[in-house]
Design a protein around this ligand. Structure first.
Ligand code: NCD
Length: 307
């Protein structure tokens, strides 16, 4: 039962719960009209302490498509946090008004902290460089819709694997499915954090390797997951400038990829995918956006106990 549970990281969901959400999201993509009254009378709060376009609007669109309503903020500078209110108090207050909260915060662990003080479910919409579980549901629905399964795949993650929370969450989720292999493509400074290796990859016996050049491995991949270098998480601007254009996916590199490989990106993209790739049928990042709304619809309807 997902009703009244918090979702802080993908590990909070069992494999069968992930499958259930993805299957429901797929039904919603096929017949959204049947679900338009499901959350009538329920309220979602979106509390975004960090910038967002897709995630916040997608959560809000998801609740509106389910017949519910939304309130919240996109800019914490207009809230009482500027007067010194703690996150714990903000959450105590908001959770007494609404049925579910989607929260994004620049601090790792903020969603977990919020869940300790909330009287309604907290959905983590991104906590610093840690986790982003609803992007993972988005990615899984996209992979299953476009490739038929999220098992037995070779997945290349490329770019900022150190700070990229979407990479951490998707790695955690895909590690639990049979036969997935990972290739981590990044400069040494931006490689996946040690905790992922020790707590996720090694215990699950997942086959993985690292690479510095995309050209060396792109031909092996079923999924290429591109990411933006996370400027806001660097301590030093010089490092960001040096690393920001480490990888640029263009038409030439796409020629080396399999004909069925899909390119995903959580967006926003900066320079890492040349616009000339957008017309390639394997470029799936805008389809991914649409699947994200259905993934969130499925999650919200389960967590609120409406389905
Ligand atoms: C990502 C995020 O916020 O982590 N974006 C998103 O939610 N779609 C990726 C990013 O900001 O690079």
């Amino acid at each position: 039962m997902l009703k009244d549970r918090h979702l802080i990281e993908p590990g909070d969901l069992s494999v069968s719960e992930i499958n259930e959400i993805c299957s429901l999201a797929e039904q919603m993509t096929v017949d959204p009209i049947s679900f338009q009254e499901v959350c009538r009378g329920k309220i979602l709060a979106t509390l975004f302490f960090e910038p967002s376009t897709r995630t916040r609007l997608s959560f809000e669109a998801a609740m509106l498509h389910l017949g519910g309503t939304v309130e919240g903020f996109a800019d914490a500078s207009y809230t009482s946090s500027t007067k010194g209110e703690t996150l714990a108090d903000t959450i105590r207050v908001v959770s007494s008004y609404v049925d579910v909260i989607a929260m994004r915060n620049p601090k790792e662990g903020a969603a977990l902290l919020a869940s300790k003080y909330s009287s309604c479910p907290i959905i983590n919409a991104g906590d610093g460089g840690h986790s982003h579980p609803t992007q993972t549901l988005t990615d899984l629905v996209t992979i299953r819709r476009l490739l038929g399964s999220y098992e037995g795949l070779t997945v290349g993650f490329c770019g900022d694997l150190k700070f990229g929370r979407t990479v951490h969450s998707l790695t955690q989720a895909l590690s639990r499915y049979k036969g997935n292999k990972f290739v981590f493509i990044s400069p040494k400074e931006l490689c996946v954090p040690d905790y992922l290796v020790k707590n996720v990859l090694e215990p699950n016996g997942v086959e993985y390797r690292t690479a510095e050049r995309m050209e060396d491995v792109i031909g092996e991949l079923d999924v290429l997951y591109m990411t933006r270098v996370q400027k806001e998480r660097f301590f030093n601007e010089q490092d960001y400038i040096r690393l920001k254009d480490s990888y640029i996916l263009d038409k030439e590199k796409m020629k080396m990829a399999k004909s069925h490989m899909i390119v995903l990106h959580p967006l926003p993209r900066v320079n890492e995918i040349a616009p000339e790739v957008d017309d390639d049928p394997r470029a799936a990042y805008f389809k991914q956006v649409k699947f994200g709304m259905y993934a969130r619809m499925a999650l919200i309807s389960k967590i609120t106990g409406c389905l």
